[in-house]
Ligand binder design. Structure first.
Ligand code: ZN
Length: 229
């Protein structure tokens, strides 16, 4: 089998006199990527629904950006002529670690505006555990693939990309929505959403402004920003 998966198999087997049965191992990983391919139908449906909304909210726009991004993972630029299958998809990402990291960073950044950090981290952990359970079904597979899984799924992104601290990201989404819906200024939005527990200061407003700017940058980058009033 050509591509990245084969290269990794060679690396894994050099330290061992027993050559692992990589055919069986690959089949399990490929099965996962085939599931990923099947998810494209749902993603496309959701993208279409969100794209046709007359008045999408900021949250809708972020979801649209997320689903488009997740679809792009499932349809990478394969070498011309290669059909899109679970195997070619796995090979593409296994042999493009830099692009994979970049993909994960942006996915995490978008998700950080849609759900609290605890939810995101616990999901990342359960995905990793799912991968490990899958390959643990036999020890040969486990030995051959554990390093690969660790590399790809080992550390959930904790930084959540550029921008404001994760705790201020959900409020930023509400803030921009309030600005649009109610035409509220920064002072009013801060009063409504700042959780400092005191009388709000310049500092509160500044933090709110920073979070809003980060969010707007992301919306712009993902080409889902709301039209200017
Ligand atoms: Zn405050």
């Amino acid at each position: 089998m050509p591509g990245g998966a084969q290269n990794m198999n060679e690396e894994c087997s050099t330290n061992s006199s027993n050559v692992p049965d990589v055919g069986a191992a690959t089949a399990k990983i490929v099965e996962l990527f085939e599931r990923g391919l099947a998810e494209r139908e749902d993603l496309k449906k959701w993208i279409e629904e969100l794209s046709s909304k007359a008045n999408p909210t900021i949250r809708d726009r972020l979801c649209l950006a997320l689903y488009r991004h997740q679809l792009s993972f499932r349809e990478p630029p394969l070498p011309s002529g290669d059909p899109l299958t679970g195997a070619t998809l796995w090979e593409y990402w296994a042999s493009h670690p830099t692009e994979y990291r970049k993909y994960c960073r942006l996915e995490t950044e978008i998700q950080s505006y849609l759900e609290p950090p605890e939810t995101r981290l616990s999901r990342a952990k359960s995905i990793r555990q799912g991968m490990i359970d899958l390959i643990q079904q036999d020890s040969v597979t486990f030995l051959a693939y554990y390093p690969v899984i660790e590399k790809m799924f080992g550390k959930p992104e904790t930084k959540a990309g550029p921008g404001a601290p994760v705790t201020r990201r959900l409020p930023a989404v509400r803030a921009v929505q309030m600005q649009i819906d109610n035409d509220w200024n920064l002072k009013r939005v801060t009063k409504e959403l700042c959780d400092c527990g005191n009388d709000h200061s310049q500092y509160c407003e500044q933090r709110m402004r920073q979070s809003i700017i980060s969010l707007k940058k992301l919306l712009h980058k993902c080409k889902v920003e709301p039209p200017r009033p």
